[in-house]
Design a protein around this ligand. Structure first.
Ligand code: DGP
Length: 114
């Protein structure tokens, strides 16, 4: 069996994280290397390695995740603007192969990204 990702270990509560939201389908916690005053990672509990592994069956899950993102936007007062990022694959800068959304805000964010 392949090794658990660090995010699966957080889901299983084997390692600590600053969890800001959790339900049956997903979990949100603070990024350990924050790139903005607010930097939260939202992950499904289902083990999906990346956007490349998503199927049509995951459509309701993605809708749920975006609903939770909007809740987090309110909770963390990001009404002035924010960014939702999913890195995919080597060129996309993905380092953890468990699907996740970065929610970044609390400062003006530059574009294009590096
Ligand atoms: P990505 O490069 O898109 O795969 O982002 C992975 C993010 O996960 C990166 O911003 C740092 C964060 N991260 C890695 N390990 C841990 C951890 O153990 N705890 C927390 N809270 N975040 C982590």
């Amino acid at each position: 069996m392949s090794e658990k990702t660090i995010f699966k270990r957080i889901i299983d509560k084997e390692i600590p994280a600053q969890i800001v939201y959790e339900d049956d389908l997903c979990m949100a916690f603070k990024d350990v290397h924050p790139q903005a005053p607010v930097h939260i990672l939202l992950i499904p509990k289902k083990e999906i390695a990346s956007t490349d592994q998503l199927t049509e069956a995951d459509t309701p899950l993605l809708g749920h995740l975006y609903g939770v993102l909007r809740q987090l936007v309110k909770e963390f007062n990001l009404q002035d603007g924010y960014r939702v990022v999913t890195n995919c694959g080597q060129n996309g800068g993905q380092t953890v192969y468990h699907l996740h959304f970065h929610l970044l805000g609390g400062r003006p964010l530059l574009w294009p990204p590096g």
